[in-house]
Design a protein around this ligand. Sequence first.
Ligand code: AMP
Ligand code: MG
Length: 410
Amino acid sequence: MRAPLKPLDDALAELLARAVPVLGVETVDSFDADGRVLREGATSPLQVPPADNSSMDGYAVRVADLAGGGATAAELPVSQRIPAGSAAQPLAAGTAARIFTGAPVPAGADAIVMQEDCEPLEGGERVRINAVPAPGQWIRRAGEDITLGAQVLSAGTRLGPASLGLAASIGLARLTVSRRPRVALFSTGDELVMPGDVPPERMPPGAIYNSNRFFLRAMLRRLGCDVTDLGIVPDRRDATIEALRSASAAHDLILTSGGVSVGEEDHIKPAVETLGELHLWQIAMKPGKPFAYGRIGDAHFMGLPGNPVSSFVTFSLLVRPFLLALQGTADVAPRAMAVTAGFDWLRADKRREFLRVRWGADGRLERFGNQSSGVLTSAAWGDGVVDNPAGQTIARGDTVRFISFADLLS
Ligand code: AMP
Ligand code: MG
């Protein structure tokens, strides 16, 4: 009797539990830290902005100097000029200060009037103020972004453009992050030919181009990995064992595609069992059933199916969270959204299924016509997948769980 397939959530939980120990750390220039996982949190040694400052070009005033007697306009002498980057003197009573965006608000001023509501007089010596501001108008308060001592970044954050900018705003130029995972990648399959090696018109019978190598490498790079690309390994037991053995020496993860099913030409499973242990094999998901996880020496091993969409989906849902966890990422789960289906799916499957879909103009999801695991066009066409539970059909108008490629491939 065949063993029941492992539910995807159980497989993922097991992989995350095995993503230990978390990789060591290194300190890198912030400029080079995009996509890396922060390992030391940071609290702010200052407040941001450091002082009350103007959010407009205009005039700093005391509201009380303008509002008296219900006047709608007032004329005041201009007592100082405060560009951004300069220090302000306290505002003399009964005067206005010319001020620019980002410049410190002078002590005593309690509002900014934007220059569109003002008329400079006598070559800028005086100003007519044509609007009475509310107290606090156009003033950005000291510390309104970050207060002194606030936790600005926490360990486990995957750094992106906004968090890098935030780190800079509290004075950080270098950040402590996980070292890059070292990943050995190879494809199996005697039918595989590298684009560039053989032109389409000279492809031998039965040959296909190796597409998995290209997207797997790109996905690994996006996750911050150092990739050793070992190319194509022939469908032979000895060659497979040799490739796995040599890759296990200096890598955190060995990632393969193809050859992980049960045919006589599938050598991955017995080869891993010869060299190490296989902990997981075959997941209840579609596409992607033939997925394997094991250990060879100190290296983790993950075998992806050869069918391109299966490879793509298992990487996104299993390898990606594992590699993020290995780097110490706090939150590895892709976000799912409840979205309305603009399509029918009448063929319920025994396995949990990931349908390639994209946004339609009406804000509903459209489904790619051919959901075969060999049709890579569906992944390039799609904006993401619908995570459809086992045994469930979908009717137009139903709410489904959508996971975006923007999340899965970042
Ligand atoms: P396998 O998992 O090795 O049985 O392969 C399943 C299917 O995926 C077969 O049709 C293979 O030709 C195809 N395949 C395997 N590896 C690749 C690859 N690297 N690029 C494109 N197709 C592949
Ligand atoms: Mg094969």
